[in-house]
Structures are given as structure tokens and as C-alpha cells.
Write a protein that binds this ligand. Structure first.
Ligand code: ATP
Ligand code: MG
Length: 773
């Protein structure tokens, strides 16, 4: 124990050794917040706190596993098993398995993933006879999700005139009815979606004081990592559970709050001291992760945000190499740069592939990177995107397994009732659905009572339905005696699914079959793992829950020496020796959707801060001049974030020249780009930094000039080009204001203006007729 306390610096030791009562650690990236949390748990256990009484909430299940592992090293393995540690969703799913019956849910409830929710909503929209172009199921699902995360139940929705009116104004007056039907159907199917896991936990803790008390007693010590990204619903759960003992320890960094679009609320951090007036505050300042260059550069970036708590971050690590900035002509070339740099670095310093990560703003950017890595035979793994468990054939097998556990599961049933084809048509399924809704029962229950209800289904079809019911029942019987693997293998064969793909014989069919085999291997591993742990829960339903809540980051494939590709959002909390941040371009990063308000822009900047601070030794920032987006080749310009890094920390790998701006002139004066000139001026791939390369300051000046250089001919010439950030203007209707942001060129040039009356508006200059004051 002594020795492990020595693995902490003094500032870290204080929160680890903190006795009872609330505490908060707010500190910058890489300063050891997660380490403090881990060691504090070990310390509590060493002090005699029963691990049964500790609850730790993490950002991924993988992080929880790693923390458990470390705690086991310090405090011993057998004790550690009893810790409740995991993501909000996995922990509260578990809690609901125990006590969800009080809300009328079976303990074997299904967890609907986003795809299941969307399918159900789409089918409700259809059943209600609504126009699917107006009621877009994805949008509706998003709305329902955000209601739930703000704890707006169906009842609360209908009582809130503003919400009802907002949906009516958006020409979707029946959104509330869809919401209601969706909730009813989930309930009837014995299913919860991801948001329900939090919403229903809140409901349970509010409506049943005895349940709340039970868990307050049980979780006497609560610890939360990445506290800045908890949403309102999560916040309330934590607050309720901690209300009795106040032994709550949260760690976070307001500068890394990147989930406000999902309702994460940074005011949780700010309110902590209000909620617990005896809260102890700790700060950590020393970064152990990154070089001086990276730490200092990150500090200069985040300093541009107005809304932040003051913090110091420094490091005793080496200066390290400067941050390298690379420009390419296309995204394909950007990919090649990444791949060849990884290759060279591996050769030069014998690094494993897993030392490298490529981070991007949006998933679609991965393709060009993947192509390049493949060509160089560099193994990589993509996190995020379509997860293995969401592939069609995998979901089909899983749906059978879900039905065995919970035959009311409507989405699972609809997926497989006629797959592989067994002659049960859509009309039959529709009739069954109508009857189920009519009687307030599940489809499976209706199918078991076909003799009692006249559904106008012919006897042939009736027999097929009965066969299906009997098959599922036989699986259920088998489930009582077999382990999950034996059962799953039996199901894959018996249902004819394996045969179906084998017969198919096409490469896709074979790939599908292989995927099913991989799934079966995964189940086998799971069963073995559970046996080893001597955990009684090594059954099918535990496996299904693991699957439903697994994020991509959680998967251990045992083959982990690969370059990691992921979005910045996913990379939170992680660290890699080499980090590439690609697509450093305006409208991509910061994203075009985030430039409407200062707070959105600040969130993008925090995202950049998160990205850069993942790097331990070397960071590369890359951007391209042209990029395919939405099927079109578009011009792109370097991200403003590049200029925000103090130039002493960066090295330009490619000359920063005026090429881009010239191409603007060409385009605007001659109507189209003179392609021969473009080719001539294209920088050579990997050209060494030229002697007369402009400095960041020159670049900055150049960008200021750009609006004039690119003044277009034609009607947009009327647009005022002297506007810049900070210019004071007068608008005939909105009055006086100040320019916050300028974007776009020519006819599309827009300015964001904060008017003295309080509004912030984005105006197209072509129409705005602004008077400069
Ligand atoms: P983030 O904000 O990115 O989540 P964090 O504050 O949680 O970062 P950690 O991940 O806990 O930081 O620590 C960053 C790195 O520094 C880890 O590799 C950790 O093991 C190491 N580290 C932290 N504290 C110490 C210490 N006192 N001595 C040595 N290494 C340390
Ligand atoms: Mg951390």
C-alpha cells in the first residue's frame, strides 16, 4: 500500500486520502484524474470499506475493466470482483434487472439498440398513416431521445404547451402521439431503449423511496470519472444516490466537455459546490502524459475559449518534437501521408502499430485513411461506425436469442419471424400487429392464441406460425440446461440460417457465415470466461446484456496491435504515443454545423483540445485543399484552430504558400480554375519545408487579406468586403451590432452579428445591406 501511494504526487495524494464527504477534482488533461479515482478506490478498500459499498461510473466499460485490473493489483483480486464499476448504462441496466419489476418490467427485459428503436418508430409512423417524408423516423427518434434525457415523460410532454406547439409549428403535430405509442409498445414488449435505462432508474428512485434507500445504503461511496459529460438524467441519479452519505467523488475537466449535443451539462461541475456546500476541491496541475510542446500548445488553444474555469497545466516531461502540420492537395494524399509516416516511424524507432492513432471529426473521413493503410499493409482497427453486433446476420441470430429470453420482444420477433423464409408474409405480420395492439398483448402471445381470435389467416399459414412458436419454445427449454454457446450454435443450425448462407455461395454469403462463426466464437469465449470467474451469471441473458451495451471500445479482440482509427469523441480519456488529427479544415473542424453561436464554436475548440492532448510524444495535424464531401469535390481552407496554436510549438512540413488564394482569384475572375496552372503550382508530395516559407504571422495576415483577394465579380460585389470580426454595423431592422464571425465567399458570404438588442443572427451579406459604423 505504502508503495502505491508513492506512485502519486502530492497533489494527487490529497484527494486519494480524502476521508469522508464530497470532493471534486477539476484538472486539465493527462494530470492523473483517472489515476486518482482508481487509487482512491484501492485506498478505500485498504481502509476496510467493503467493495460492495463502492460504485464507480466510467466513460467506457473498457476503462472500468482496466481500473479493476489495476485495483486488483493493489488490493487483491477476490475483493475487486464485488465492485460495481462500469458505464452509467451498464450499471443501471443491472439495477433495473433487480428492481425494474416495480415499474412493471420483467427482469429479463430486452435492451433495444438505436436500430431497434428506429424500426419501431418507423413502423408506428406507418401504422398511424403519417407521411414518412414529414415524420422522419430518425428525427423523431432523436426528439424522443432528447425528451427522455431531459426527463420529459409522455405526460410531461402533453402538459408542456411550448413543446406541443413547437412540434405543431414544425408541421409534426402528432409527435406526442408517436412518443406515447412508442413508450407503450416498448413497455408491452418488455423492452427498454438506452435512454430508458436512465429515465426508468430515475423513475424507480423517485417513486419508490425504499428502493432509493436500499441503494443509498449499498453505495456509500460513489465515484464518477469524466463528470463534465454527465447529462441531466445521470446527474439526478448520482445526486439521489449520494444524498444520504455525501461520499461522492467526481473528477473532470470543463475544458474537455464535448457532449453538450447529447444533453451533457457543464453546469453540473459548476453546481457541485452549491449542491454540497462542504465539498472539498482539489486541483492537479502536472501533466504526466505529454511533452512540453504538446501541453503548451494545448494550453494556447484552450485559452481562446471565454467560458472556462482557470487552470494551470504544466509538465516536467521533455520538450519533445514540435507539432507537425501537413497540407495535402486531396484527402487521398492525406491518407498516404498518414500511412507513410506511420510506416517510417515504425521502421525508425521499432514502434508497434498500436502506438499510433488517427483521430477525425466525422466517421466518413476514415475511408481515405483506410485505403492508404491497406495499401501499405498496415493493420488498423476502426472504432465506432457500424458495430459488429449491428450487422444484419448477427442481429438476426441475436434476435432469435433475444426471443428465447423475452418472447414479447417485438422488434426481435419481426426480424426473424420470416427469416430464413418460411412463408409468413408481411400481411400476416401486419394482422398480428393490429391484433396485438387491439388486445394490449405481445405478438407472440397472439400467436399462441390463434384459435381464439379470428384473424382471417388461412390454415396453412396458421400451421407455419405454430411451428415457429414451437421452435422458440423448444429453444427455451434447451436454455434451461445448456450454456449460451451450445444453445446459440443449435439455434444457428436449427433455424436454417447457416445453411441459408452456405447455399448462397456468393462471397457475401460466405462472409456472413464467417461472421456468424465469429459470433459463436465470441459466445464461446464469454462462456469460458464466466466459468473461470465462477460467476453464476454466465448465461444467455448476461451475454445479451453485454452485447447490447458493448461499445466498440469495449471489445477485446486479443489482436490489438493495430493502428487505432476513431472519432475524437470516442478518444476521450485515451492516450497514444503518436496521434494524427486529420481534416483540420474549416467547415469540417470546426464543423459547419457548429458555427452559429460562440458556445458551439467553443465546444469544437474543446474537442480539438481533447484530440491534441491524447498525444504523448508526437502530434501531426493534417489538412487538405480539396476534399470530396457529399459527392462533390470542394475547396477547403485550413482550420482556424491551426492558427490558434502559438507558432513556437509547430513545424510546417509543407510550405504554406498562396496557392489556395490564387486559385480563388482564378476562379472568380475567369469563371473557372485554370487547371494547367493548378497542376504547375501543386506542391510536390512530401516536399521539404522551403526556405522562404511564410510564418504563422504572415499566414494570418494573408488570411485577413483573403476577403479582398477573393472579391467576386457579379451581383455579390455589392456585399461589403470591409467587414471583419469586431466591425460595428447598423442594420435597418435589427439595429446596431458587432460582427462575431465571417464565413463563406461570394454570394454565400455571411456574417454572424451580435445585435445590441441581444440577438445573435447570421446574415447573408448579399441581402443584409449593413451600414458600417
Ligand atoms: P484525461 O483528462 O485525458 O482523462 P487524466 O487526468 O484522467 O487525463 P490519467 O489518464 O489519469 O489523466 O493520467 C495520464 C497519464 O499519466 C497516465 O498514463 C497515467 O498513468 C500517468 N500518470 C498520472 N499520474 C502519474 C504519476 N504521479 N506518476 C507517473 N505517471 C502518472
Ligand atoms: Mg481520465
Amino acid at each position: 500500500m505504502e508503495q502505491f501511494i508513492n506512485e502519486l504526487n502530492e497533489a494527487q495524494r490529497a484527494p486519494v486520502l480524502h476521508k469522508e464527504g464530497p470532493l471534486m477534482v477539476i484538472a486539465g488533461a493527462g494530470s492523473g484524474k483517472t489515476r486518482v479515482l482508481t487509487y482512491r478506490i484501492a485506498y478505500l478498500m485498504d481502509q476496510g470499506v467493503d467493495p460492495f459499498n463502492i460504485l464507480a461510473l466510467t466513460f467506457t466499460n473498457k476503462a472500468a475493466r482496466e481500473m479493476k485490473h489495476r485495483i486488483a493489483e493493489i488490493a487483491g483480486k477476490s475483493e475487486t470482483k464485488n465492485l460495481w464499476m462500469g458505464t452509467f448504462h451498464s450499471i443501471f441496466a443491472r439495477l433495473l434487472r433487480y428492481d425494474g419489476d416495480k415499474l412493471g418490467f420483467p427482469s429479463n427485459f430486452t435492451i433495444y439498440d438505436t436500430q431497434d428503436s428506429q424500426r419501431l418508430i418507423a413502423s408506428i409512423i406507418k401504422e398511424m398513416g403519417l407521411d414518412k417524408d414529414i415524420y422522419k423516423y430518425k428525427q423523431i427518434q432523436n426528439r424522443i431521445s432528447s425528451y427522455k434525457n431531459s426527463l420529459i415523460t409522455v405526460k410531461a410532454y402533453f402538459q408542456n404547451q411550448d413543446l406541443v406547439e413547437a412540434d405543431a409549428m414544425a408541421k409534426r403535430p402528432r409527435t406526442g402521439e408517436i412518443y406515447k405509442e412508442y413508450v407503450d409498445r416498448c413497455f408491452k414488449a418488455g423492452a427498454m431503449d438506452f435512454d430508458d435505462l436512465l429515465l426508468r432508474t430515475n423513475e424507480l428512485l423517485t417513486r419508490f423511496p425504499e428502493v432509493l434507500m436500499k441503494y443509498q445504503e449499498r453505495f456509500r461511496y460513489i465515484l464518477v470519472d469524466e463528470y463534465q459529460d454527465t447529462n441531466h438524467s445521470q446527474y439526478l441519479i448520482v445526486k439521489a444516490l449520494a444524498d444520504r452519505y455525501h461520499n461522492i467523488c467526481v473528477v473532470g475537466d470543463d475544458a474537455q466537455s464535448i457532449y453538450s449535443f447529447r444533453g451533457a451539462n457543464i453546469s453540473n461541475i459548476l453546481n457541485f459546490q452549491k449542491d454540497y456546500d462542504d465539498a472539498a476541491m482539489y486541483r492537479l496541475e502536472q501533466n504526466y502524459r505529454s511533452t512540453k510542446n504538446i501541453v503548451n500548445a494545448a494550453n494556447t488553444i484552450i485559452a481562446n475559449n471565454k467560458n472556462q474555469l482557470e487552470k494551470v497545466v504544466w509538465t516536467a516531461n521533455d520538450d519533445g518534437p514540435k507539432i507537425k502540420i501537413h497540407r495535402s492537395v486531396t484527402d487521398a494524399e492525406e491518407g498516404r501521408f498518414v500511412a507513410s509516416t506511420v510506416f517510417e516511424e515504425k521502421m525508425r524507432s521499432q514502434r508497434p502499430d498500436s502506438d499510433f492513432a488517427v483521430l477525425y471529426r466525422t466517421n466518413s473521413q476514415s475511408r481515405a485513411i483506410e485505403d492508404a493503410l491497406r495499401k501499405k499493409d498496415i493493420p488498423y482497427r476502426i472504432y465506432g461506425g457500424l458495430s459488429f453486433y449491428q450487422r444484419k446476420e448477427i442481429k438476426d441470430v441475436l434476435s432469435y436469442l433475444r426471443l428465447i429470453i423475452n418472447p414479447k420482444d417485438e422488434e426481435a420477433l419481426k426480424r426473424v419471424i420470416n427469416f430464413p423464409a418460411r412463408g409468413i408474409g408481411q400481411t400476416t405480420v401486419d394482422r398480428l400487429t393490429v391484433a396485438a395492439n387491439h388486445y394490449g398483448r405481445s405478438i407472440f402471445e397472439v400467436m399462441q392464441n390463434l384459435d381464439k381470435i379470428d384473424l382471417k389467416i388461412n390454415s396453412g399459414t396458421k400451421r407455419k406460425l405454430e411451428d415457429f412458436v414451437n421452435m422458440i419454445k423448444s429453444f427455451q427449454i434447451m436454455n434451461q440446461t445448456s450454456d449460451a454457446f451450445t444453445l446459440a450454435e443449435h439455434v444457428a443450425r436449427k433455424t436454417g440460417m447457416l445453411l441459408e448462407f452456405k447455399k448462397d455461395g456468393t462471397p457475401e454469403g460466405i462472409a456472413r457465415m464467417e461472421n456468424i462463426e465469429e459470433l459463436l466464437n465470441g459466445i464461446k469465449d464469454f462462456v469460458e470466461g464466466q466459468k473461470e470467474l465462477a460467476d453464476e451469471q454466465g448465461d444467455l441473458s448476461t451475454f445479451l446484456e453485454d452485447v447490447a451495451l458493448a461499445t466498440d471500445l469495449d471489445k477485446d479482440t486479443g489482436d490489438d496491435d493495430r493502428v487505432a482509427l476513431m472519432t475524437i469523441h470516442l478518444a476521450k480519456g485515451l492516450e497514444f504515443p503518436f496521434v494524427f488529427i486529420v481534416g483540420m479544415e474549416e467547415d469540417l473542424f470546426p464543423s459547419a454545423m457548429s458555427m452559429n453561436t460562440r458556445s458551439e464554436l467553443e465546444e469544437e475548440r474543446r474537442l480539438f483540445y481533447v484530440a491534441l492532448t491524447r498525444a504523448e510524444e508526437q502530434a501531426y495535424l493534417t489538412y487538405t485543399q480539396n476534399r470530396y464531401r457529399w459527392g462533390k469535390l470542394i475547396d477547403s481552407e485550413p482550420s482556424r484552430f491551426l492558427e490558434e496554436i502559438d507558432e513556437q510549438y509547430v513545424e510546417q512540413l509543407t510550405p504554406v504558400d498562396t496557392y489556395k488564394y490564387k486559385s480563388f482569384i482564378d476562379k472568380n475572375i475567369f469563371g473557372e480554375v485554370d487547371k494547367s496552372r493548378l497542376r504547375q503550382e501543386k506542391p510536390r508530395n512530401g516536399a521539404p519545408p522551403s526556405g522562404n516559407q511564410p510564418t504563422q504571422n504572415q499566414l494570418r495576415k494573408l488570411r485577413k487579406l483573403k476577403p479582398e483577394l477573393s472579391t467576386p465579380v457579379g451581383n455579390a460585389a455589392a456585399a461589403d468586403t470591409n467587414l471583419e470580426v469586431g466591425t460595428r454595423v447598423n442594420h435597418s431592422r435589427f439595429g446596431r451590432g458587432e460582427v462575431l464571425l465571417i464565413e463563406g465567399v461570394g454570394n454565400d458570404k455571411k456574417a454572424e452579428i451580435r445585435f445590441e438588442k441581444g440577438d445573435i443572427k447570421k446574415l447573408l451579406l448579399r441581402f443584409a445591406k449593413l451600414e458600417i459604423l
